[in-house]
Design a protein. Structure first.
Length: 120
C-alpha cells in the first residue's frame, strides 16, 4: 500500500495499486500546480480526510474536481463528477514519499495543445 499526504497531514490517500508511471501535463492548470499525476481507480484508493478538509476547484467544462487541503493548500488529487469503483482518481504524486517515486517513469502529456503524450 502507498500513502500520499498533504503537508499538514489533514488529507491522506491510501492506494492499493502499483505505481508504474506518473504524468506531467503542461495544460494551463497542471503547469501552475506543478503536479505529477498518478492514475488509479476509485476502487483502489481511499481518501482519508474529515468532511470539509478539502476545497474543490473546477473550471472550463466543470467536469473535473481538483481537491486541495484547506489547511496547508496542497493540491492532493482530482476526480471526475461521475464516481464509481472504476472511475479515475488522479493522485498528485508529489504527495507521496520521495522513495515511492524511485525508478518510476515520468510521462509528459501535452494538455496545452495536441492532447497527446510527447514521448514515442
Amino acid at each position: 500500500m502507498l500513502e500520499a499526504t498533504c503537508h499538514c497531514g489533514a488529507v491522506a490517500i491510501e492506494i492499493d495499486a502499483p505505481l508504474t508511471a506518473v504524468t506531467e501535463c503542461n495544460c494551463s492548470i497542471c503547469r501552475r500546480y506543478a503536479t505529477r499525476w498518478a492514475y488509479f481507480t476509485q476502487g483502489t484508493t481511499r481518501v482519508k480526510a474529515a468532511p470539509g478538509a478539502t476545497e474543490i476547484y473546477m473550471w472550463g467544462d466543470r467536469m473535473v474536481e481538483f481537491h486541495r487541503c484547506r489547511a496547508c493548500g496542497c493540491v492532493t488529487h482530482y476526480e471526475g463528477l461521475d464516481k464509481g469503483p472504476e472511475s479515475r482518481l488522479a493522485v498528485n504524486a508529489r504527495m507521496l514519499p520521495p522513495e515511492a517515486l524511485d525508478g518510476v517513469r515520468v510521462r509528459h502529456f501535452d494538455g496545452a495543445d495536441t492532447w497527446s503524450y510527447l514521448e514515442g
